[in-house]
Write a protein that binds this ligand. Structure first.
Ligand code: FES
Length: 227
């Protein structure tokens, strides 16, 4: 079985930045929105997570679900340690627009996130993560293993649009969003990040007002695979 370093295409002695850069390039290339396969995307996520959780060259690689009692104990200890460590950055609670729609909920519902929290959605539909300084919201989501939509990664297409339900998320000066949408709390996750704890609905590219601004992901394939 290939090592996590081999899957990411980096040397075993690569530093954190090199691993992170390689991971971000690969998830861009194999993202399901860009025509990649979900299996390949997940394999790259797992490789990155293994390196992040302390994998060393020479460590045994076991298929998912075959951890020994010792490694399970070590994992439980690490989990407990992680829980005791104060996370860095601002907390983002997220909800997938498609899950919101399928439940008949609205962006304007006062109790939108309370309903999401009590509905046991989980997975890609609902959850939270932390955004560290100098990260965009999209980068932070990808670092957590989520496949949020994107295309240009440069503020030019709206595929990565999110809606801020609570919190602050300033936009850089240059982006494609009309003022009216910006005033309604729509932001581009590829070029911005919350500056406070926030509640965010992602995948809002299906909102009619945003759909009109969408440019096809294929238009950015060259950029996405080489930038
Ligand atoms: S991915 Fe195109 S604006 Fe964010």
């Amino acid at each position: 079985m290939a090592s996590p370093y081999e899957i990411l295409g980096v040397d075993p002695d690569a530093d954190e930045d090199e691993v992170s850069d390689a991971y971000r390039e690969l998830v861009k290339e194999v993202h399901p929105d860009q025509g990649g396969s979900t299996e390949e995307f997940r394999a790259i996520q797992r490789a990155y997570e293994r390196i992040q959780s302390g994998y060393q060259p020479g460590d045994e690689i076991r298929p998912a679900g075959t951890a020994t009692a010792r490694t399970q104990t070590a994992a439980a200890d690490e989990e407990q340690e992680a829980e005791q460590t104060e996370p860095e950055g601002v907390k983002v609670e997220f909800l997938n627009y498609e899950a919101m729609e399928s439940h008949g909920w609205q962006l304007t519902d006062d109790d939108l996130f309370e309903k999401a929290a009590t509905d046991e959605l989980g997975g890609e539909a609902y959850g939270y993560f932390y955004v560290e300084e100098n990260e965009t919201l999209l980068e932070a989501a990808e670092d957590e293993g989520y496949a949020w939509p994107f295309a240009c990664r440069g503020g030019a297409c709206t595929n990565c649009a999110v809606a801020i339900v609570d919190g602050e998320m300033p936009s850089p000066a240059s982006h494609i969003l009309p003022k009216e949408l910006h005033d309604r709390g729509i932001r581009l996750s590829c070029i911005a990040a919350p500056t406070t704890d926030a509640k965010i609905v992602y995948n809002v590219k299906h909102l009619p007002a945003i759909r009109d601004l969408l440019l096809p992901a294929s238009r950015f394939e060259q950029t996405s695979s080489t930038d």
